[in-house]
Write a protein that binds this ligand. Structure first.
Ligand code: TRP
Length: 371
């Protein structure tokens, strides 16, 4: 390839629900920072509706509704459609075609070994009775490899739960390139350096925020809803009286503070302490009550969420404008992915009608009159 490798980012989300602050610290906030860094030539965010359908075949309405929700979440967080292309997966036919060719480069045994697929099969109960595992679901790691490679992305900033997907994608890239020639770009996963941000627990202290557990704080939550969530948050069940020593490990309030609080927040809202380490020491010693901690956390979160709420209100008043952003972004993405598809077809020499090798090679091997 003569062309210098561009710096291209691709990320995506399944539109199965509104995004929450776990998505925000785990990924969204950084996408905005990467967008503003100016270090990338192209940035794409894929709303992965086709992937969402792999285990929601009976509920396209839910997916349709959440495309708008997720787009609103992006725009509210500061994703700028002038700098980042937001696009809809199912409107990019090149992705489907790429998946179809990549399927021949992956074994069923390899798919079965994919840890994300394994866990999800268990989580969704596909393994227990019912109708079994939908083929589309089973093969979605291949379709995700198509997403990533179609944009020639070299950088994929996602949560660590996506690591097995990236590994599988890289295997497909290597297999393709060694079989047909160097066309696909080897993508690198970009994880968040802040450990806490990678996996923010739910407000109940459980492992992960999830809609079904009702332990989420959504980016679209009002100040009132946030107040309720924070005040009912899981802390240390043995910290009964203020004077009791408390534990900060596994205490959701402190985990959230780890993810969000800066020294500046202490100066502005809780000057009793210079920083989080001092506050934690006091909590551990005893004498610091949960309510005081929660009130501080609430202020910290509101400082982060207020500008997001304001932008959201503006975009909510212009849904046709949001739709237009999606339409234009998808159009741009369609061109980009189509180009890659054409290179792939050329490398595989299945572009029969773009190059006459089909007949010229045949004729060479079959000199006239000797067919
Ligand atoms: N699987 C991702 C998730 O569940 C969503 C996704 C689809 C994605 N295609 C992608 C992420 C391509 C990164 C790159 O969150």
């Amino acid at each position: 390839m003569a062309e210098k490798q561009k710096n291209i980012i691709l990320t995506g989300d399944r539109p199965t629900g509104k995004l929450h602050i776990g998505h925000y610290v785990g990924s969204l906030k950084r996408r905005v920072a990467l967008q503003e860094s100016g270090a990338y030539d192209e940035i794409y965010i894929l709303i992965a509706d086709a992937q969402a359908l792999t285990d929601n075949a009976d509920n396209p309405q839910k997916i349709r509704d959440n495309i708008i929700e997720v787009a609103l979440d992006y725009l509210s967080c500061g994703i700028d459609p002038e700098k980042t292309t937001i696009c809809i997966q199912s409107a990019l036919p090149a992705l489907t075609e790429l998946s179809f060719y990549y399927m021949n480069l992956v074994t069923t045994a390899r798919l079965e070994r994919n840890p994300t697929v394994k866990t999800e099969i268990r989580m969704r109960g596909f393994d227990k009775g019912g109708e079994g595992i939908p083929v589309g679901f089973y093969t979605y790691p291949i379709s995700q490899a198509a997403d990533i490679t179609a944009f020639k992305a070299n950088c994929v900033p996602v949560g660590e739960d996506q690591m097995p997907m990236l590994e599988q994608c890289r295997e497909i890239v290597h297999k393709f390139n060694s079989t047909y020639g160097e066309v696909l770009v080897d993508p690198r996963i970009m994880l968040n350096d802040n450990e806490t941000c990678r996996r923010l627990p739910g407000t109940d202290g459980k492992a992960k925020m999830s809609k079904s557990l009702g332990n989420c704080i959504y980016l679209s939550d009002s100040r009132e809803a946030l107040h309720k969530s924070v005040m009912s948050m899981f802390t240390d069940p043995n910290h009964i009286n203020i004077s009791d020593p408390g534990q900060v490990e596994g205490n959701a309030v402190f985990t959230y503070l780890d993810a969000f609080a800066t020294d500046g927040h202490f100066q502005r809202y809780l000057p009793d302490y210079e920083n989080l380490a001092q506050m934690k020491d006091h909590y551990r010693r005893g004498g610091l009550g949960d309510v005081k901690c929660k009130k501080f956390l609430e202020k910290v979160l509101n400082e982060e969420l207020d500008p997001i709420r304001e932008r959201r209100a503006r975009w909510e008043a212009d849904i046709p404008g949001v739709y237009e952003i999606l339409r234009e972004g998808t159009e741009r993405a369609r061109k980009k992915t189509q180009e890659t598809l054409e290179e792939v077809r050329a490398a595989m020499k299945i572009n029969y009608f773009d190059n006459n090798a089909l007949i010229s090679e045949w004729m060479e091997r079959h000199p006239a009159g000797k067919a």
